[in-house]
Design a protein around this ligand. Structure first.
Ligand code: SF4
Length: 238
């Protein structure tokens, strides 16, 4: 599939129409659900009757509220969500060698690699495209040049290209929350406690109004490091 053609088809469309268009062109798509406000992708897909394949990464370190929210979403939309777990041998080796909080000392990449990146990589081999809730306004440092459609060079196979779609790319936080409130979409109760960007419990904290949402993630690391490896490849249209 030509990514430039796809880009021009999707460029001026709203998220709902982006979903409609890409599901017309591809039948092996997966939606990744982080347990946060990206729930609106599930809402839109279900209301379009798309019967989406949805997965989420259970790192084992999520907030109790997030686990409960994931179940709420399954029940609310009457869908199954594939819950991906880390490789137990790799995880055990890490915690045996470095304990449970090594990321505070030597950075989050190793732990995120085992708990998020590897399970994701394995799961995505079954798909030719995945859909994420990423938006440009989530981080000036790492998401400012996000595109609606990209080739994901980090997770593409040797002989296959993986497409990544970010239908909410150009939406603001205000638009997302207007949608959630207007359509009474379920949301993670942590948002009511000042959490904007929600990840694992030890690596997420609430932020103040007007702070960059990513400042609540891995706050002990530099701004440009605040990606967990899931979206490290900002592949450009070509
Ligand atoms: Fe580990 Fe923190 Fe990454 Fe979660 S966000 S996988 S706890 S380093």
């Amino acid at each position: 599939m030509n990514i430039q053609t796809l880009q021009s088809q999707l460029d001026n469309k709203q998220p709902r129409d982006i979903l409609k268009t890409i599901y017309t062109q591809l039948d092996d798509l997966a939606i990744s659900f982080s347990g946060a406000e990206d729930v609106i992708l599930i809402d839109m897909a279900c209301k379009l009757g798309l019967k989406p394949n949805v997965f989420t990464l259970d790192t084992g370190r999520l907030h109790p509220e997030t686990y409960q929210f994931i179940q709420t979403v399954m029940d609310h939309y009457k869908i199954k969500i594939t819950v991906l777990s880390p490789n137990q041998d790799a995880l055990q080796a890490l915690t045996h060698e470095k304990g449970l909080y090594s990321f505070y000392q030597d950075g989050h990449k190793e732990c995120c690699g085992i708990r998020k990146v590897q399970p994701l990589k394995q799961h995505l081999t079954a798909y030719s495209g995945w859909i994420t809730g990423q938006r440009r306004d989530q981080s000036k440092a790492t998401r400012d040049s996000l595109n609606i459609a990209e080739i994901d060079t980090a997770f593409s196979g040797k002989n296959t290209e993986l497409l990544k779609f970010n239908p909410l790319c150009h939406w603001t936080s205000e638009q997302v929350w207007s949608y959630i409130r207007a359509l009474e979409v379920p949301f993670n109760p942590l948002h009511n406690q000042g959490f904007i960007s929600i990840g694992c419990e030890p690596c997420t904290r609430a932020t103040l109004p007007h702070q960059d949402p990513r400042e609540g993630r891995w706050w002990w690391e530099a701004a440009e490091s605040k990606e967990c490896g899931l979206h490290s490849s900002l592949s450009k249209p070509r």
